[in-house]
Design a protein around this ligand. Structure first.
Ligand code: GLU
Length: 271
């Protein structure tokens, strides 16, 4: 009897905490109170999030975007490395307040978490050995490396059903497999592939063929129904566009003086 009662009480307590997490998230107030914004970022993907050789700190485009949001909030930033597979669970379990980690917003993910307006736009391509791939057909039946828990993994399975997709924890590991001849290609967002190739010592052997299989708009991930925080982040992004800060951050990581030379083909706007 006592045991059953205890079980019922425990059940109630759990239901209440779960309910609180799901319905009463007020990260805006919590972050202000604790004085720190905890952001989940990538730590091996230049120029989005990677460890700077000199400072040993994680830097990058995604990092600068969350730093701008923290500045607006008047709090400091704490960066926590996440992988493609771990970022949503880390957010939903409350270990991080926001995801700024090369994350595509899509309807499937939006069932579980909230997204900001788009803050970067790219599309999925491949890195291959030079001259080996001209069209998708050249990858039929081949082994292709990518990261677990990514849209890249799902898209490539649909685009090339005959391929064998090998999913690694992160993209640098997938690229290592390509260098070792274990896969015929690595696939993910072009901006990530360009970052990997720029750093590769033997980059002359590889290329990114002009074969794109999807559009990948990036959003900052926040807890679902965390309406005040999502609204604050979106307002901040629009202000950053207006003030020129969004462009300055883009130019810093992708401008003509970097290895990437990307044109800014989007603006922060309500979407
Ligand atoms: N943007 C894609 C995604 O969100 C691929 C990059 C990544 O795995 O972070 O899944």
């Amino acid at each position: 009897m006592m045991k059953r009662l205890a079980a019922v009480v425990l059940g109630l307590v759990l239901a209440c905490t779960a309910g609180k997490a799901a319905f009463a998230a007020d990260t805006l107030a919590d972050v202000k109170k604790k004085g720190v914004l905890v952001a989940g970022v990538k730590d091996s993907l230049p120029p989005f999030g990677y460890v700077d050789e000199k400072s040993r700190e994680i830097v990058g485009y995604d990092v600068d975007i969350v730093k701008a949001i923290a500045k607006k909030l008047g709090v400091r930033v704490e960066l926590k490395p996440v992988t493609s597979a771990s970022r949503m669970p880390q957010l939903m379990e409350g270990n991080i307040d926001i995801i700024a980690a090369t994350m595509t917003k899509n309807p499937e993910r939006a069932k579980q978490i909230g997204f900001s307006h788009t803050y970067f736009a790219t599309g999925q391509k491949f890195i291959t050995k030079k001259g080996s791939v001209r069209s998708l057909k050249d990858l039929a039946g081949k082994k292709i490396g990518t990261a677990k828990g990514s849209t890249s993994e799902q898209n490539v399975k649909k685009a090339i059903p005959t391929a064998t997709v090998l999913s690694f924890d992160d993209y640098p590991q997938a690229f290592l497999a390509l260098q070792q001849g274990k896969v015929a290609a690595v696939t993910t967002d072009e901006a990530i592939l360009a970052g990997i190739l720029a750093k590769a010592p033997n980059k002359a052997k590889f290329e990114i063929p002009n074969v794109q299989i999807s559009d990948e708009p990036y959003g900052l991930g926040m807890r679902k129904d965390d309406v005040k925080f999502i609204a604050f982040v979106n307002k901040t992004l629009l202000e950053m566009e207006k003030s020129g800060e969004a462009r300055r951050i883009f130019e810093k990581w992708f401008g003509p003086s970097t290895a990437f030379h990307l044109k800014r083909n989007f603006k922060f706007k309500a979407d």
